[in-house]
Each structure stands twice: as C-alpha cells, then as structure tokens.
Design a protein around this ligand. Structure first.
Ligand SMILES: *[C@@H]1O[C@H](CO)[C@@H](O)[C@H](O)[C@H]1NC(C)=O
Ligand SMILES: *[C@@H]1O[C@H](CO)[C@@H](O)[C@H](O)[C@H]1NC(C)=O
Ligand SMILES: *[C@@H]1O[C@H](CO)[C@@H](O)[C@H](O)[C@H]1NC(C)=O
Length: 367
C-alpha cells in the first residue's frame, strides 16, 4: 500500500513538473505495475462470465483502463492543491481564460493561437469584451464538465450532473427534452465551436431564430468561443454577440483568450499532449483551477461502452465522426491518470443502479 502511495506520488510529481524525457515511461509505470495478477483475472472472467463478455470487451486496452478505473476513488486534497497552484501559476485561467477589458486593454495586441496573426484591440473590439473575468474571487465546491461522448446516452446521469454547483458543457450540445434524463439541463458555461455555427446555423448570415432557440436552452450561461484561434473564427463569433444583443438574450458570449490556450498547450505538452487540445481537455483544465471537486461525464473515446460493450455513437446526440485533429485516447489516458490519483472524478458508469450484473461489477468483485 505504502509502495503504491509512494509510486503515485512520484508519478504525480512527474505529472506536475513535466518530464523532459517525455515518452510514456512513467505512464506505463502506473498502468502496468500490477500486471502480475492480470492473467489470473482474465482466466477467472472467462470461466465465470463468458456470455457477459463479448469479444470486443476482451480488448486489452479497455480491460486495462477499467482495471485502473474500478479501484476505489479517493479524493486527494493535496494533489488537487498542487495541480491547481501549478495551473494558477502557469495558465492563470481565473484571470486569463476569457478575454477581458482588463487583460486585453485598448490598443494592445491579441495574438491568435492557431495561426500567425495579430489583431489590435480597437475601441469597437474592446466594447465586445467583458469588463472583468467572471471567475475572479470565485471557487466552486463541485463542477461537472460534460463531454459529448455517446457513453452518456441512456446513462441517467442528468440529475447527478445538474447537482454540481457549476456545470460546463461543450459545443452547444443539446440539453433538455429528450436529453434531460441523461445529461441534465443546468449550464453555467457552454462552449461553441465556429464549425457548429457555420454548419448548423448558416454562420448566422440568414435566419437566426433556430440559433436563438438553441441558445435559449442554456439560459444566462456564459457562451465561450475561440474567437482568436483562426482568423475565420472572429467574424462569426462576433455575430453571435451581436445576435444575442439584438434578441436581448440573457446568454453571455465571451471569447477564449489565445494567450491562455498557448499557456495551457505549453502546460500539457510536457505531459505528453502534443496535439491541439480538445475543448473538453481545455474545460477540464479550467475546471481544475475553478473547482474543489471536478467531475467529468461523457469523456470516453472508444466506440464500445466499457461496462456492457454495447456499441456507442460518437456523440450522445448524433453519430457524426469528429475530424481527428485531437488525440482523444491520449488525452483520456491523462484524465484517467488524474482520476486514479484522486484529482478528478471520471464517470464511466451509469448513474442509476442497475440490477443486472455487468462487466464493471465483475471487475469490481475481482479487486
Ligand atoms: C502590436 O503589433 C504591431 C504590429 O506587429 C506592432 O507594430 C506594435 O508595436 C504592437 N503594439 C503593442 C502595444 O505591442
Ligand atoms: C477580489 O478580491 C480582492 C480581495 O478581497 C479584491 O481586492 C478585489 O477587488 C476582488 N476583485 C473582484 C473583481 O471582485
Ligand atoms: C437507449 O435505450 C433505448 C430503450 O431501451 C434503446 O432503444 C436505445 O437504443 C438506447 N440507446 C443507446 C445509444 O444505447
């Protein structure tokens, strides 16, 4: 036990301090250090539960993940404090995640994060910025960060998600009506990618009612957009702001700060995440700065449910495949690691108890 704690601490230090050597050595250390018993467990599973273990679930990768995931989750306050102060120092999400009149004064330059471009803060642009960061002097006890993974379909997690003090959702994913039971409705911050604005809402160049109907489901939530990622993002996300004003919507559009994105990328690149971070990963990182306890739902990058192996759609609301510029499984491994260290709480199980014995409960019995 002591050995395990020490080892976890080592791994955590590496996670926090970054590893110049890079690579996956330390990662393997956590994941495969208990592999001595793996063979036996597998044999036992095959003997007792052949029908409940379809072929696909015997995939080593998922089995290994579930083994790590199924250990008791114990919140580790000191690790949380350590990682939070590291993020506070390096990324300053509390002040800098959002472009404000304070961090981006009139006449200053904003440097885009995904292409070579600088824009000057003109009076007109300055007027679109919020005055101060909405996160200053605020800490939330519990936060739910909702990824959009198909694992949320039929999860019954809505109530649990909504019970958090602060709820973050991604890419204007639908809530309410048919989705309420599984994903809830409460939203304090929702992100919006330009692609959904362009593909689903005609870039807000034509009728904007359908866009406003979607936006209304999020109430007075912050609507966070990557306005200064690519040049093409800027105009369309500004139109969101103008539309919100024209329709007198309570929604609060805000712009992601490219400086924050750069700092966050720097933070994670030394921890093995070399591709552009997904929105989910950015929001999980932000939540780590804002919340005492971070709960993640809908983060699962594989096409089968880890519990009963049923096939999953790509999102809980559709099966549109993502353009793969992100490295979701690699990000997931980092999140799983933070889960196993008691820093965040990943939720892969359904939220209502199911009487049927499942893959997960078998694994739990085997601990
Ligand atoms: C902003 O960028 C321009 C062009 O790159 C440069 O000439 C100017 O000095 C910069 N201004 C500030 C305030 O940094
Ligand atoms: C945050 O708290 C500090 C210290 O209590 C105070 O000086 C500051 O004005 C507060 N900032 C905001 C934006 O409320
Ligand atoms: C959810 O449950 C319903 C009813 O049992 C079923 O028809 C549907 O296929 C399930 N959806 C997913 C994604 O598992």
């Amino acid at each position: 036990m002591r050995g395990r704690c020490l080892r976890s601490f080592w791994v955590f230090r590496l996670l926090v301090l970054g590893s110049a050597a890079g690579g996956f050595f330390w990662f393997s250390l956590v994941f495969y250090s208990n592999s001595g018993t793996e063979g036996n467990s597998q044999a036992h599973l095959e003997k007792t539960a052949p029908l409940l273990m379809p072929q696909i679930c015997r995939e080593k990768k998922i089995e290994t993940i579930m083994k790590v995931y199924s250990r008791d989750w114990i919140k580790q306050e000191d690790y949380i404090t350590l990682l939070r102060s590291e993020l506070n120092n390096k990324c300053k999400g509390v002040f800098n995640a959002i472009v404000t009149q304070t961090n981006s004064p009139l006449g200053s330059n904003i440097t885009y994060d995904s292409e070579e471009r600088i824009t000057k803060v003109t009076p007109k642009l300055f007027d679109t910025f919020v005055k101060d960061s909405p996160f200053v002097n605020k800490t939330f006890k519990t936060c739910s960060v909702v990824g959009n993974g198909g694992i949320l379909a039929n999860s019954s997690c809505g109530e649990e998600i909504d019970s958090a003090q602060f709820v973050i959702r991604c890419n204007l994913a639908p809530v309410g009506s048919g989705y309420r039971r599984d994903v809830g409705t409460k939203t304090n911050l929702v992100t919006s990618n330009p692609s959904i604005l362009v593909d689903k809402f005609g870039s807000l160049m034509e009728h904007r009612r359908s866009f406003m109907e979607r936006l209304d489901t999020f109430g007075d939530s912050l609507v966070l957009m990557p306005t200064f990622a690519y040049r093409k993002n800027t105009a369309v996300t500004l139109r969101v702001l103008y539309t919100v004003h024209d329709f007198e919507s309570p929604a609060r559009p805000v712009f992601m700060n490219p400086e924050y994105i750069r700092n966050l990328a720097r933070f994670w690149v030394t921890r093995g995440l070399k591709k552009r971070l997904s929105t989910g990963m950015m929001m999980a990182s932000l939540a780590l700065e804002l919340c005492d306890e971070v709960h993640l739902y809908g983060f699962w990058p594989y096409p089968q449910h880890p519990r009963d192996c049923r096939p999953l759609t790509n999102h809980y609301y559709d099966d549109v495949k993502a353009k793969s510029i992100h490295a979701m499984p690699v990000e997931f491994n980092r999140l799983l690691q933070l889960h196993s260290l008691g820093v965040i709480r990943l939720h892969l199980e359904d939220c209502s108890p199911r009487p049927k014995q499942t893959h997960l409960s078998f694994l739990l019995q085997l601990r």
